[in-house]
Design a protein around this ligand. Structure first.
Ligand code: HEM
Ligand code: HEM
Length: 167
């Protein structure tokens, strides 16, 4: 398991993990901005700033997740045919995260620039992603603290041979 991912995959994993909380901290500012505008009040400059950060950080996350998915497709790092149900479940959750994050960024983009009706799906998506990340984090903690295996090392230490091929 140790050294399962390339340095680029690891860097992107942790960069996205750092950027994601920004979305949850800034998301609420958008409703406040719209509410102020509807009430004919000038939105708070800090809310406008957070709105801007939310949109651009969100687009960046979507883009980076897309790059990660491409890296994953051209050089998968985990066994292609998971041996156990737990590995199959982990693999399904990982692909679910790629899909959910990319879809979330697209929905936010559509809601912001084309059709605000997509906003309710975006809000629902934010709850689903939170649950998926919580599950993912719990699994990582379980591996590290209970099973005491090297799963976490896989996403911390880059694999040695960048040309590692599919099994
Ligand atoms: C994966 C990246 C993203 C995540 C995790 C995310 C998360 C969130 C969260 C947590 C909220 C607040 C939901 C609530 O009110 O309870 C929100 C609202 C919103 N986000 Fe994002 N967002 C992302 C990307 C984007 C992007 C790229 C855009 C636009 C370019 C965007 C536009 C919006 C809009 C318009 C709202 C307001 C929805 C409403 O209040 O009805 N988001 N987002
Ligand atoms: C502190 C938080 C996090 C921890 C401790 C963590 C831990 C891990 C670990 C240990 C792996 C390797 C699993 C394996 O090889 O079986 C992994 C992979 C992965 N993580 Fe996280 N992660 C965290 C946050 C996130 C977040 C926020 C996302 C959402 C974008 C995410 C998405 C993924 C994906 C998609 C993979 C699979 C990579 C692949 O095989 O292509 N992780 N993570």
């Amino acid at each position: 398991m140790k050294g399962s991912y390339s340095a680029a995959q690891i860097g992107l994993h942790w960069l996205i993990a750092l950027l994601l909380p920004v979305q949850y901290l800034t998301g609420g500012s958008i409703e406040r901005t719209h509410h102020a505008a509807h009430m004919g009040v000038t939105p708070s400059p800090f809310d406008l700033f957070q709105h801007l950060i939310h949109n651009y950080a969100g687009m960046l996350i979507g883009l980076l997740m897309g790059v990660r998915l491409v890296l994953r497709m051209i050089g998968p790092s985990t066994p292609r045919q998971p041996a156990s149900w737990a590995k199959r479940a982990a693999s399904a959750l990982h692909y679910g995260l790629y899909a959910a994050i990319i879809a979330q960024a697209c929905l936010g983009f559509i809601a912001s620039y084309f059709w605000f009706g997509a906003a309710s799906y975006h809000v629902a998506g934010s709850r689903i992603i939170l649950a998926m990340v919580a599950l993912h984090f719990t699994a990582a903690a379980w591996h590290t603290l209970i099973l005491k295996d090297e799963t976490l090392d896989g996403i911390v230490f880059p694999r040695r041979k960048p040309s590692s091929r599919r099994p």
